[in-house]
Design a binder for this molecule. Structure first.
Ligand SMILES: Nc1ncnc2c1ncn2[C@@H]1O[C@H](COP(=O)(O)OP(=O)(O)O)[C@@H](O)[C@H]1O
Ligand SMILES: [Mg+2]
Length: 323
């Protein structure tokens, strides 16, 4: 179980400090695929950086902590302070599909071998890497390539191979299929899902595509303006959402056989630089009342395992026609 305890993460800028993740509490059970969704700028990537322990200027963990539910080789509890020692081995990161994540001037083979620090010989490791890469549907020779010689889909497979080679307990994937074409997107997603099923580890998958989440995830976290607004098992979240924002995100999904253009959600999230009072979604919410503008809704468990931050979450079931 990964536990996020009231995580506040902020960026220091010339204008001052801004909280990009603002008090997130979450318990993520082992062995699940957790999807994180929400509009651009809501703090998804920042939350991933915090979980990965990739915290450094201008980002800092202003308060709160992350517990990973395991100990290191010395028996110390692993937290955000020492998770860095577990990179690649027990926690890994698949970045957004792009050239930049692989070092363009180093052969892929070398990038793989650089991770291995155990007593195994390079030759042994190389053999294992080759058979692993082959298992993931890539030609063995691809590890002799430079990244620019591979297609976007192949590079992303290599990234996934690197991130899963040591079978880490936790794999973070931040928009891993963005910018790939639809067919390749699907195959990358299937690969991740297959590996997760084999290894039984936890995958945290960020995507702005609710269709991807619907297909791939067991649990869903919806973020809005640096806050967690809804968290539930995916089937429950997709069929019985409790937050109007979630409902609107789901409504923006195209349904099979319906070719009508879907509208996005009108309006924009508030700037995190403003003083934010009440519910941050109130300005765009068709259900908002005066209470919503003044009193911040708590993130509470409304049904077993189903959390939402909305004053009217309990009456949502009757309001489905409104949103
Ligand atoms: N390096 C940075 N310096 C200052 N502000 C940042 C930086 N990176 C992100 N932010 C701000 O933090 C907020 C959340 O960003 P991010 O976590 O990247 O959102 P998402 O991944 O959901 O699009 C945004 O308002 C963004 O402008
Ligand atoms: Mg992002």
């Amino acid at each position: 179980m990964i536990r996020l305890n009231n995580v506040v993460a902020s960026y220091k800028t010339e204008r001052g400090t801004v909280n990009a993740v603002d008090g997130v509490n979450l318990e993520i059970p082992d062995g699940c695929i957790l999807g994180i969704a929400g509009e651009s700028g809501c703090g998804k990537s920042t939350l991933m950086k915090v979980i990965y322990g990739d915290i450094g200027f201008p980002l800092s963990l202003a308060s709160g902590s992350v517990d990973y539910g395991f100990t290191d080789d010395q028996g110390n509890k692993v937290t955000s302070k020492n998770i860095q020692k577990q990179w690649f081995k027990r926690i890994s990161y698949v970045p957004q599909s792009s050239m930049s994540s692989l070092n363009p001037v180093i052969r892929i083979r070398k990038q793989f071998l650089d991770f291995e620090s155990s007593s195994k010989t390079k030759a042994q490791t190389l053999q294992e890497v080759k058979s692993y890469v082959k298992k993931l549907g890539l030609p063995e020779e691809s590890i002799e390539s430079f990244p620019h010689q591979l297609s976007g889909g192949m590079r992303q497979r290599i990234m996934i191979a690197m991130a899963t080679f040591f079978q880490p307990e936790i794999i973070l994937a931040d928009e891993p299929t963005t910018a790939l074409d639809v067919v390749v997107q699907k195959s990358i997603l299937l690969l991740l899902m297959e590996l997760q099923e084999q290894m039984g580890n936890t995958i945290i998958l960020v995507s702005h595509d609710m269709g991807v989440h619907y297909q791939a995830t067991h649990k869903m976290l919806i973020m809005y303006a640096a806050k967690a607004v809804e968290y539930a098992d995916s089937p429950d979240l997709f069929t019985r959402p409790l937050h109007p924002y979630t409902r609107m995100l789901i409504n923006s999904l195209p349904t099979i056989g319906d070719d009508r253009a879907r509208e996005g959600i009108p309006g924009r999230p508030p700037s995190l630089w403003n003083k934010l009072e009440g519910c941050r979604f109130a300005d765009r919410c068709p259900l908002a009342t005066e209470r919503c503008r003044t009193e911040e809704p708590a993130f509470i468990e409304h049904r077993p395992g189903h959390f939402a931050a909305c004053h009217y979450a309990d009456s949502q079931a009757n309001l489905s026609e409104v949103v």
